[in-house]
Structure formats: C-alpha cells, structure tokens
Design a protein around this ligand. Sequence first.
Ligand SMILES: *Cc1c(COP(=O)(O)O)cnc(C)c1O
Length: 463
Amino acid sequence: MRYVSTRGASPAVGFVDAVLAGLAPDGGLYVPEEWPTLTREQIAAFAGQPYAAVATEVLAAFVGDEIPRETLAEMCAEAYAGFTHPAVVPLTQIAPNGFIAELFHGPSLAFKDVAMQLLARLSDHVLGQSGRTQTILCATSGDTGGAAVEAFRGRANTRIVAMFPDGRISEVQRRFMTTAAEDNVRCVAVAGTFDDCQAILKDALADASLKQSVGLSAVNSINFARIVAQAVYYFTSAVALGAPGRAVAFCVPSGNFGDGFAGYVAKKLGLPISKIVVATNSNDILARAFQDGRYTRGAVAATQSPAMDIQSASNFERLYFECVRRDGLETARAFKAFAETGFIEIPPQALAAMRETFTGLSVGEGDTSRTILATLNETGQLIDPHTAVAVNAFHRSRDLEDPVVILSTAHAAKFPEAVAAAAGETPVTPRKARALAAKAERFDHLPAEADTIKAYVRAFAEG
Ligand SMILES: *Cc1c(COP(=O)(O)O)cnc(C)c1O
C-alpha cells in the first residue's frame, strides 16, 4: 500500500513512512494511492467480534505487508485493553432511531484516546525496528496533551514534552499530564496563552537542526494512522445496527474534520453509510462549506465545546482532493491560496460530490445547553457539550431515514462547569480519573520563549 500527497508533488511512500512523517514534504496530507476495500462478507463477519479484532482488520487493509498481522493484532489488543468498558465504544439509545457511540471510555475520557493509544504503539514499534527514537513536542489547550501523555508514557523509543498554558487549563486536564511518573514524559507550564504554545511548537518544528538532533515530531490530527483508527468505530457501530444489511447515518461533532473524514474512509472501504451530518459549534467553517460551497475562515469564538473552536479544518484538504478527482495541482493551488486569503470557492462538481455524503449544521451556545438539559430529561443521560452539538444536529436532521449513530466525543465529567450550568447536575467523575487527585504532580515552569523551550527539549533528549 502506497501513500500519495494531496498536493501531488511528493513521492509516494509506504504506510510506515507516511505515519512517521505526518505532513508530506510538499505541505500536503497523505492519502492511500488507491482505496482498499472490504467485502460485504468481511464486514458482516465483524458482528459480535471484539473491538480490537475489528481494529486489526481495518488497520491491516491500510498497512499492507509492512507490519505482520500478529503484531498489529497485539498492538490493537493492548491499545484497547486500557478502556474501562468491555465494548470499548458501546452504543446507547437516545431516540427511536438515534444511538450514541460512547468514545470516551479511554484513559483521558475523550475520544482522542481511541486513535492516540494505537498511534503511540504503531510509531514506537516502527521506530524500534529501524533503531530510531523520536521526541514528541505537543502544545495543548486541554485534551490532546492528556491523550498524548497517556498514550506515549513508558514507550521505549519515544520521549514526550507536553506544553500547556499556565493557569489556563482545568485541574483535571492538567493532572492527566502531570501525574505521569515515567521518565520519558516532561510537562511544561508555559507563561503565556495556548497560541503562544502553538507558535513555539511551530518554531521548533521548523528548526531543522533541532528536528534532526532529537527526532522531533508532533501528534496532530493530520496523521493518517489516526484517521484509520477512527474509521474502526464507524464499522463496529454500524454493524451493531444491521450493516451491511442496511445503511446507517452518522452525526459527528467536528473541529478539524478528523472524525468526519474517518467516516468517509469507512464508506470508501465499503461500509454502507447514507449520510454524515457534520455538526459544528458557532465556529462553523465546515457547516458553511457544505451548505453554500464557500470554505471561508472566520474569527475563532470561544464556546462550551472548546475542542471544536477551530476555523480551518486540516482534514478538509483530504476530502477536497478526493472530490476534485484527486487533482493534486488543483488541491495545492486551493490550499496555498487559502493560507493567504482564508477563502476557497469549492468547484460545483466537487461540492456535489461532497454532498453525496456530507451535510453541515452549526449549533449555537443556547441550543447546546438546551440539548444537554433535554437529553437528561428525556433519557436520563448526561452528555458533554461536544456531544450535545451533534445531538442537536441529529434532532434537526429530520430527513434521515436510516438509524443514526451520534458520536459522543467526551465524558460529561470532563466539562463539569458547562454541564452543571446547563443541566443543574454535576456529572460524576469516573473512578479511575478521580484517583488522579491523590497523585503527585511533576512539571516545570518556563517562559513563553521558543529558544528556552527548544533548549529544554534538547537537554531532555540528550540527557
Ligand atoms: C478533538 C475533539 C473534537 C473534534 O474532533 P475532530 O476530529 O478534530 O473534528 C470533538 N470533541 C472533542 C471532545 C474533542 O476532543
């Protein structure tokens, strides 16, 4: 299996190189040269299988012969053994045709665990095979850092440095990072904002000498392995509801469009998905793109669903490439222009192709809160604000005839203030996360200066 860049100007690489590189050298994102497919029989056989077994099959379709199947199976089994529900991603029902897929039973209580747990094992394994090590630098506004530290702590060939803006994330979010006792983890409270942390990360990644000497890399959602890991729960949920014998629709809360594109990947593999509703908060660039064909960056507004406060959805480039019939030159032109003008006019044929699968809806703050309360009243379930955005979009999508799976991306206890304000009830923190409160924290304070942080990363990697 070979991977090509969406911008058409990088050589094709294998799965391992695509995973280790992240971004392609021409600035594009990697996609498979040709889509693999699973037969109807293969998909039907997922019924009743453990989650890790389905993950192994889906992953194997993309890895080709670069990693032996038994190794993949071991990684998948290990990655999902730490989830606190035996189904890994269980379904609950909230309406006659509405089902919630709970993606939050991993160690950091948010759906990023599902992909990160697997990515950590995959990348650490391939590094070990080639005798290399890596240093991951990560900037977090809350959730990604916890998921990354949980996934990479204790890995033999990886060091991780997690930066967070001092005093600007919740105590629970901070403790998911700072209580890791393993030697390969460092946490840094940066005296600045999340934007400062991100600027420092960009500066470090652009520093060729640092990159070379410490094997610097990042764990952003553009990594194709993360997308593949996310396609797995589309299969387990749809098959539980009768696929491939009947079609299923999905409602997906979206920021960077990682989950949305993972659904497209599942469909390409052969899963009968009739519709994917992309639900955004008031940062609605994706909803507008599917509605009126204009992909236009706006100002980022702070909402109750902060993980979706994004106004340029990296994975949208992959869908664009697909829908302009894999024209790399056109994709490069469009996204280079977007970086400067903040605007892409989607060609009519490409828009029509997108709309065969996707529709977009944006959900305001009042509706998000009301949906948390209404869902509690109607079903007894407390949902988090990200999930509420998708549930609201589900209720507004009256034309969906197939069963609908709504992706629930975070545990309500991860956003206790917003949930309590909306529902008048404080969610109960799961037992494992409560234990963090008693653990010792370990982190360093550093100024928001790229040079200081780069020196810190270098000293950590070399010492
Ligand atoms: C990251 C995240 C999202 C957005 O997911 P994308 O795949 O980036 O669109 C939604 N909800 C939560 C809780 C998240 O952490």
